[in-house]
Design a binder for this molecule. Sequence first.
Ligand SMILES: [Zn+2]
Ligand SMILES: [Zn+2]
Ligand SMILES: [Zn+2]
Ligand SMILES: [Zn+2]
Ligand SMILES: [Zn+2]
Length: 618
Amino acid sequence: MNKESRICQNCKDSFTIDPEDFDFYKKIDVPPPTWCPDCRLQRRLLFMNERTFYKRDCDKCGKNVISMFPASPRKVYCSHCWWADDWGAEQYSKPYDFSKPFFKQFVELAAEVPELARYVHESSLVRSDYSNICSYVKDCYLIFNSDDDTECSYGEFLEQSKSCTDISFSLSCERCYEAINCYKCYGSTHIFDCEECVNVHFSRGLTGCTDCFGCVELKGKKFYFFNQPLTGEEYKKKLAEWNNGSYSTRLEIEKKLKESALLHPYKYIIDSRNSNVTGDFIFWSKNVSHGYEIIMTEDSKYCQFMTFPFKTSDSYDFTMWGGGERIYECLGAGDGQRDVRFCLHSWSQAFNLEYCWYISNTRCDNLFGCVGLRNKQYCILNKQYTKEEYEELMPKIIKHMNDIPYVDSKGRVYKYGEFFPPELSPFAYNETIAQEYFPLTKEEAVNKGYKWKEPEQRNYEITLKTEQIPDNIKDVSDSILGEIIQCQHAVSQINADETQINADSISANQRISARMEQCTSAFKIIPQELQLYRQMNIPLPRLCPNCRHYQRMSKKNPIKLWHGKCKCAGLKSENGVYANQVKHQHGDTHCPNEFDTSYSPERPEIVYCESCYNGEVA
Ligand SMILES: [Zn+2]
Ligand SMILES: [Zn+2]
Ligand SMILES: [Zn+2]
Ligand SMILES: [Zn+2]
Ligand SMILES: [Zn+2]
C-alpha cells in the first residue's frame, strides 16, 4: 500500500497513514483509523481519571471510601468488595441485539456492572488509601499509575522507588524530591532527566554525577556548581549557602536556572539505549515511532506512558503500562497480554479481547464487549457462549457494527475498529488526564461533545494562609501537621474577580490555570514528607499537590513532534550563544542533520543532533 492522506473525523485536519501502518492494520485485521493520532490519544485519555477523588459509600458494604466516582446512580464497590468472590459480572449479561448499535448495548451493560471505586487491588496495597491505579505500594500517599513503591507521596508513573516526594516518571529512585524522568537517583532534589546521580540538586540532564548543584548536561562530574568545577571545600560552602532551606533562596535559584538554561545545547530527544526511535522520553527500545514515555518497546507506533518494566512489541496506539504483543487502541493494558484491541483497564493474563472494560488479573480469553468478568472464555456482552457459537456470531457482529454503526451527538460515526465514543466515558473531560495533555475550556469541551463537570466548591477552613508559611524549613514546628494550608493558586483565584480580569491579564490567566489544574485550594503536610523536608533542607511547598503536579508536567515538552534541523553552526551554536568545546565532523560549516523533535521551531533552546550533542556532553 502507498502512503495515504485522510481527513480526521474529529478535528477535520488531514493525517497520513504510512505503508507500514497499513501492513500493521492488515496483520491484526482491523480497518485503518478514521481519527488522527492526536485525536485518538485524546479519546483514550478521556477515559482515565487519575486524581479526581470523591468521598462516597460503597454500594455493597456501605463503608465510606475514596472514589473516582461521586455519589451517583452508578453502582460503585470499594476495591475490597469488587474483588471479592461473592459476586460475578456475568449476572448482568445481555444477549446481542441486532436491532441496536453495539455501543448502545455496551453502555447499557457498563451502567449496570458495579464500578471499582479506585483501580487498585486491595491485597497489593498497604496503608495507601489515597492512591489510584497502583499495585504493590506500601505507606504511599496520593500516588498514581505506580507500582512497587514504599513511603512515596505525590507522584505518578513511579516504579520501584522509596521515600520520594513530588516525583514523576521515575524508576528506582530513593530519597528524591521534585524529580522528573529520573533513573537510579539518590538523595537529590529538583532534578530532571538525571541518571545514576547522588546528592544532585536543581540540575538537568546529568548522568553519573555526584554533588552537583544548578548544573545542565554533565556526565561523570563531581563538585560542579552552575556548571563550574569547584574543590570539595568550595562546593561545601556553596551548598551551605544555597541549599539553606529557605523558600526565597529557592526562588532566586530558579531565576538563575532560567537564565542558564538557554546557554547549553540539548539533544533533540530525551532518550537512551535505543535504536531507530522517534518521539520523546524513550528508553531501552527499538523501532519505535512517535513514542512518548516509553520503555522496553519494539516495533511500535503512537504509544505513550509505557512505564511498566516489561517488554512490549508490535503495538499501536497503546497508552499506559506496557508489556504485551499486538495491542492496539488500548488504555491501561499489558503485563504479558496478547491480541488485545479497543480495551480499557484490561490487564494481565487476558488474551484475544475486544471492546472490554476491567478484565484484570484474571485468566480470560476470547471476550467481546465484556465488563468486569473473571476467568471466562467466549463471552459477548458478558453472556457465555460455546466456542463454536462465539466463532459463528463474531463475524455477524462485526458486520452489524459496520451496517448499523453508533453515531454520537456530534455526528461522529463509530464502526468496528473505532475506540469507544467519548460520550461513553464515565468521567467528565476535566476529571481526566486528557485535560493535562489536551487542555480545553468548558466551552471547547462541550462543543466537542465531551462531558464537563463544574469543580466542586471546596469550603476548607484555611488555618494557614500561603504568606504565613515560614520562609525556612528550620522555622517550621510539628504543629504544621495540623494546619490546613491555602494553595497559592487559590489566592490568585480569589483576587482575580470579574472586574479585574480585563485589567489584569496575569491574574486572569492564573485564575483559569488554577481551574484547569484541578486546584484543591488547600492542602496538608503529612509526617513522612515533613521528615524528608527537614532532613534535606527543603522549604515547605506553597501549592497544593495537583498544582505541583501540573507545574512538573509543564517542564516537559509536549506530546508532539516537529521536523527540525540541528542548531550547530560549526564552531558555535546558530544563535552564537554557545561555543563548541570540540571540533565536529562537519567542520566549521553548519551541521546538515535533521530530525523529528518535541522542541517547536520557535523555541529558544539550543537543540543539537545526536552527534553534535555527544561531542559536547560525552
Ligand atoms: Zn484529529
Ligand atoms: Zn465495600
Ligand atoms: Zn492548587
Ligand atoms: Zn548536528
Ligand atoms: Zn556540530
